[in-house]
Design a protein around this ligand. Structure first.
Ligand SMILES: *Cc1c(COP(=O)(O)O)cnc(C)c1O
Length: 433
């Protein structure tokens, strides 16, 4: 399969080019030149066996020319080795029922595990024979941990994660600093913006890049984006089996819109979805755009659902490209719903009172939109409540349980290298790996 970009479909790129570049040379995002069609009967038969089996079929539609079947099988087996349950919530008093697809049972307890785990294992197999590769990623918390776990133990690849010292949670820090091996954590005496600047400066140093094979694991990377379409197939099948319905509406808690635009990709592959609802927090650029037709990116504001604090969502370009740059076509396919912090807290409270269900703030924004838009379908739960105890405790007066696989990390010694916010120091570190 060939790849084009959101800004031009004239020049095409190979998978290797798209995967290792991350961002396209014209500044756009990579897209498949043609969207493959999925045979829903085949998807259903595979899904009856396992998520990984289904994912292997879907991945093959995109990547069969680039990797042998056997390797795609290994990639999907290893990357998707955790449960993906459709949770049915029943109201205590009436017969009201709702559904959420829990995407947070992977190694770092957030949906980003789907993309990062797949990308790590794909890059390991696409990298030129015998060459070592260094992945750089700056993180404010969640992305770094998903990438660290997705690439941990992957042969031929080193990962350098930069995070702002003292500005991430204990659990997030543990997720990046207790793995060891090929995962190297740098705690930067500065802010997240400093971390990002250091990585950018390294990437723009042409001489350095010529001497060292470095790439990023940015969330816009095609190899993180495409596998996020897989769980939409799974979710629709589970929902159909549970309700007898055919074509659900799907609510997606959104920030950078990688998740939602991957759902739009799945729909073009043939998945029956009536519409998507973009559930945002106070950073309501997209809901506003869908309502007014005006796209006004702006600086983000801090909210209790901080992984969705994005003011200029990169995947706006993919949403537009998938709809032939026709705003009205986007508006027919996607509705928007924004929740304030107070509304998110109220949703957390309501989920607990009505269903005895403890939800993280991002997923709770999905629930708020489900109720607010009268959705007949399900919402995606994007993170485990365990990661957001500091938001949930004051609302519910109780602490969410920490799953065993996360609790184990908390007990381990953290190893990271302190570094001043200077990209020359980052280059030295990478050169010495
Ligand atoms: C990243 C993230 C989101 C937002 O996903 P996008 O693909 O950026 O829209 C939502 N919830 C959680 C928990 C996340 O980590």
């Amino acid at each position: 399969m060939k790849y084009t970009t959101t800004r031009s479909d004239k020049k095409t790129y190979s998978l290797r080019e798209a995967a290792f570049e991350g961002l396209a040379p014209d500044g756009g995002l990579f897209m498949p030149a043609e969207i493959p069609h999925a045979d829903m009967r085949e998807v259903g038969e595979r899904a009856a066996s396992s998520f990984a089996e289904m994912a292997e079929y879907l991945a093959g539609l995109f990547f069969a020319d680039d990797l042998p079947r056997e390797e795609l099988r290994e990639v999907t087996r290893e990357a998707f080795d955790f449960p993906v349950p459709m949770r049915r919530l029943d109201k205590n008093v009436t017969s009201d029922t709702c559904y959420t697809l829990e995407l947070f049972h992977g190694p770092t307890a957030a949906f980003k595990d789907f993309g990062a785990g797949f990308m790590g294992r794909m890059l390991a197999r696409l990298r030129p024979e015998g060459e070592r590769l260094t992945i750089l990623t700056a993180t404010s918390g969640d992305t770094g941990s998903a990438v660290a776990h997705g690439f941990h133990g992957v042969e031929g690849i080193d990962v350098v994660v930069l995070y702002p010292d003292g500005k991430i949670s204990d659990l997030q820090e543990s997720q990046m600093t207790t793995l060891g091996g090929n995962i190297h954590a740098l705690r930067v005496a500065g802010t997240f913006d400093d971390c990002q600047r250091m990585v950018k400066e390294l990437f723009s140093d042409v001489a350095f890049r010529a001497a060292h094979r470095v790439t990023s694991a940015n969330s816009i990377n095609l190899l993180r984006w495409i596998p996020q379409s897989f769980y939409y197939f799974w979710g629709v099948l589970q929902w159909q089996a549970a309700t007898g319905g055919t074509t659900p509406e799907i609510v997606v808690p959104s920030g950078n819109y990688g998740n939602l635009s991957a759902g739009m990709l799945a729909r073009r592959m043939g998945l029956p979805v009536r519409r998507f609802v973009a559930a945002s927090n106070a950073n309501d650029v997209v809901p506003e755009w869908l309502r007014t037709g005006d796209y006004r990116p702006r600086p983000s504001v801090l909210t209790v659902a901080n992984a969705m604090d994005v003011g200029a969502p990169s995947n706006y370009e993919r949403m537009m490209a998938l709809c032939g740059s026709d705003v009205d076509a986007v508006r027919r396919e996607v509705s928007g719903f924004a929740s304030s912090d107070e509304e998110i807290r109220r949703a957390i409270r309501e989920l607990y009172d009505r269903y005895g269900y403890i939800s993280d703030p991002h997923s709770a924004a999905g629930y708020a939109a489900t109720v607010g838009c009268g959705v007949d379908g399900f919402w995606l739960s994007t993170a485990s409540a365990a990661k957001f105890g500091e938001v949930i405790e004051p609302v519910l007066g109780l602490a969410p349980e920490i799953p065993e696989r996360l609790a184990r990390l908390l007990g381990r010694p953290k190893v990271s290298t302190p570094v001043a916010p200077d990209s020359e120091l980052l280059k030295e570190f990478v050169a010495e790996l």
